[in-house]
Design a protein around this ligand. Structure first.
Ligand code: DGL
Length: 265
């Protein structure tokens, strides 16, 4: 009999699905519980105290109900704040999602990197410390986007999103002379798990080509390292999707690819 670990993936909404799909690809044998705290979405609009007071007890309830082997906090706005609180309160291993500033700065040739995240993430002391420790002389522009996570949710729900609405959030990431590839921004860190949902639109609307850094594959590797090699081969275990608002899975067909095609309970 093979053992299927349970992995709980948590986000404020549907952005964590971009992390989930990489984790599912790395560990197809695991059982997945995806929790969208949509009753409190968007986290980017809440204060630090409100997020800690919301996430820490909620995680205790979720661990009590689902008994996961590992929890992924697939949300930068929460991870840059709550990881130490969660690790102090619960013994289950946690993997967080924080802005990929270190690899971005290591990779930048123009030495100009932008970090696109929620207003909460770019304000965090945690993010500033990453820049202090890992900018390696790069100029790092922090861009706090008020609406992009909500626009990504709407797009996934099939609503039309205008180019203008996306450009209003994206344009501040592009710094320097558009005609000088040696000095203009060459890397944009996607520091909110919702943004890869819009990646095709972001690429299309960008004033010049850049590399977009999505940390999801690195998170999936970390999950695999912590859990050890899978034993169940490609035999799929089930998956559950939970909305804290208790809303029905009205997006079920659009969500299935993120779960590797599993049928959601
Ligand atoms: N997906 C979340 C993140 O990675 C945030 C979206 C929000 O709730 O504001 O930061």
């Amino acid at each position: 009999m093979t053992y299927s670990p349970t992995i709980l993936v948590f986000d404020s909404g549907l952005g964590g699905l971009t992390v989930l799909r990489e984790v599912v690809a790395a560990r197809p044998d695991a059982h997945y519980v995806y929790v969208a705290d949509d009753a409190f979405f968007p986290y980017g609009h809440h204060s630090e105290d409100e997020i800690i007071a919301r996430v820490v007890p909620l995680m205790g309830e979720l661990i009590g109900t689902h008994d996961p082997d590992l929890v992924v906090i697939a949300c930068n706005t929460a991870s840059t704040l709550v990881m130490s609180h969660l690790r102090a309160a619960y013994s289950v291993p946690f993997v967080g999602t924080v802005p990929a500033i270190k690899p971005a700065c290591a990779q930048s040739k123009s030495r100009r990197v932008s970090v696109l995240g929620t207003k909460g993430t770019v304000k965090r002391e945690y993010t500033k410390a990453l820049i202090r420790d890992f900018a390696q002389g790069c100029e790092v522009t922090l861009v706090g986007s008020p609406e992009l996570a909500s626009l990504a949710e709407a797009a996934l729900g099939g609503q039309p999103i205008s180019d203008g609405d996306i450009l209003a959030e994206l344009t501040p990431c592009f710094v320097g002379d558009a005609d000088d590839a040696t000095s203009r921004t060459d890397i944009v860190v996607l520091a909110c798990t919702h943004y890869p949902l819009l990646l095709d639109r972001l690429k299309e609307l960008a004033p010049w080509p850049v590399d977009w850094i999505d940390p999801a594959p690195a998170i999936a590797r970390r999950v695999s390292d912590l859990l050890g090699p899978g034993t169940g081969g490609n035999v799929q275990s089930g998956a559950e999707m939970i909305f804290t608002s208790n809303r029905a899975h009205s997006l079920a067909a659009a969500l299935m690819p993120f779960f590797g095609g599993r049928v959601l309970a």
